[in-house]
Design a protein around this ligand. Structure first.
Ligand code: 2BA
Ligand code: 2BA
Length: 129
């Protein structure tokens, strides 16, 4: 990674933090553990929110990582490494969303889920209070 993970990525004490981007990554449940372990081992801070995919209505996770601008690419590289695309078969009797169910499938449908969908948002201000 070329960074020294023994150094904090931003001041640990209270006050204003230098986070400039909030990365929101929607990841499959199977990838969460390894991904979080790696992020923390590499010295990033992260928060996991349990979420549900609107189409398949299956549990997934949204990982929030607040970082400095120049760390975005490194976190994307970690996400690429740990979030694996998988093919899922969706049975017509599965509890799909109403919109999906309205298509009235009679055959199992194959969808490719992930690796991950990532949103990178600008952060106006970040405080540790
Ligand atoms: P789900 O909404 O449960 O979608 C699971 C997978 O089903 C998707 O994988 C995609 O392959 C397929 N799919 C979703 N909507 C579809 C549709 N209207 N028609 C046909 N196939 C459809 P991914 O695209 O990899 O998305 C995985 C999960 O990431 C999604 O779960 C959702 O929770 C989230 N996600 C993806 N794109 C998003 C977005 N633009 N905004 C918010 N969440 C998103
Ligand atoms: P705090 O820094 O007050 O963070 C509390 C919780 O806020 C974190 O829980 C995490 O869920 C979220 N959080 C903080 N900064 C974040 C960021 N940049 N991006 C996304 N989420 C963020 P935990 O991860 O369980 O951490 C609990 C406490 O452990 C932290 O309190 C901090 O005092 C300490 N800590 C966390 N990571 C550390 C590290 N790498 N080195 C030393 N101490 C750490």
């Amino acid at each position: 990674m070329g960074t020294d993970s023994s150094q904090p990525r931003y001041p640990i004490s209270g006050g204003q933090r230098t986070i400039m981007k909030l990365m929101m990554a929607i990841v499959q449940a199977a990838d969460v553990r390894e991904l979080l372990d790696t992020l923390i081992a590499e010295g990033y801070r992260a928060t996991k929110i349990s979420t549900t995919g609107g189409f398949l209505m299956r549990g997934n996770a949204t990982i929030l990582v607040g970082v400095e601008d120049e760390q975005v690419e490194a976190v994307l590289a970690i996400l690429r490494r740990h979030c694996h695309p998988r093919h899922e078969f969706v049975s017509p009797v599965a509890p799909l969303s109403e919109a999906a169910a309205a298509r009235r499938w009679t055959q199992p449908l194959q969808v490719e889920v992930g690796g991950t969908t990532v949103f990178v948002l600008n952060v106006e201000r970040s405080e540790h209070l």
